[in-house]
Design a protein. Structure first.
Length: 244
């Protein structure tokens, strides 16, 4: 009899506790708080990005993730000549390695939308790269991208005519920009960004694409080298700010 009474007391207490939790979750105060948070951010992805926190551990493992074939090609070329080795000796760095494309998922991915239903991720590149970095147990991802702009201009036509086509009749200006962002693998928190540009000018015949290609390659290589030269200073700032 006593055991039944004790059981009833326990069940009643649990029911009251659960009822209290349910009442709080559904209370006007809680609903107002959720509504206010929804008004502050137009999309859950924006709220998640804004509220992201740093979780990096030192010494850190960093994965370099090239975004696009051009950035990947340049990183491989620099690695082949040993120009990435100096990054591994940076303070508070356990290891720096390049992200393998074999680990990247090809699914679209979804996230909870404003109506509570699943919706496609409209900027999924960051999520896919961070997922691949997580498979490598990296603390942070160094996203790298290359952008190139080529401007062509004709040289004064009469000079070309007088030279009987022996001199270049096209002037091309190439501006290459290397961009980087150091992102927390777990939360997406952005520790730092960097951007460096390099330019080249070349003179060629209108049909001479190879000369323009060589100028573009020199510009992208120079921009990438300038960016990687600047990264040690960026990293020291991250360590100084976030090391506990």
């Amino acid at each position: 009899m006593k055991s039944n009474s004790l059981l009833n007391i326990v069940l009643t207490s649990a029911a009251m506790a659960l009822s209290g939790c349910s009442s709080y979750v559904n209370s006007p105060t809680a609903r107002a708080a959720r509504a206010k948070q929804s008004e502050e951010f137009s999309h859950p992805l924006i709220a998640r990005a804004y509220n992201a926190k740093p979780t990096i551990h030192f010494p850190a493992t960093i994965v370099v993730a090239p975004m696009g074939g051009s950035a990947q090609q340049e990183l491989r070329a620099l690695d082949a000549f040993g120009k990435l080795d100096s990054l591994k000796s940076l303070p508070q760095v356990k290891d720096i390695t390049t992200l393998s494309s074999l680990l990247m998922s090809d699914h679209d991915g979804e996230i909870e939308g404003t109506n509570g239903k699943s919706a496609p991720i409209w900027n999924k590149s960051d999520l896919i790269l961070r997922e691949a970095a997580a498979k490598m147990h990296a603390d942070a991802v160094l996203l790298i991208q290359l952008e190139t702009n080529i401007t062509d201009g004709k040289i004064f036509t009469p000079l070309t005519t007088l030279s009987l086509g022996l001199f270049p009749n096209d002037r091309a200006e190439v501006i290459a920009t290397a961009l980087a962002a150091l992102v927390d693998t777990r939360t997406g928190y952005v520790y730092a960004t960097a951007e460096r540009s390099a330019g080249r000018t070349c003179y060629a015949m209108t049909w001479d694409d190879s000369t323009r290609d060589r100028a573009r390659e020199r510009a992208t290589r120079s921009a990438m080298e300038k960016l990687l030269t600047e990264f040690p200073a960026v990293w020291r700032g991250v360590v100084q700010t976030h090391r506990k």
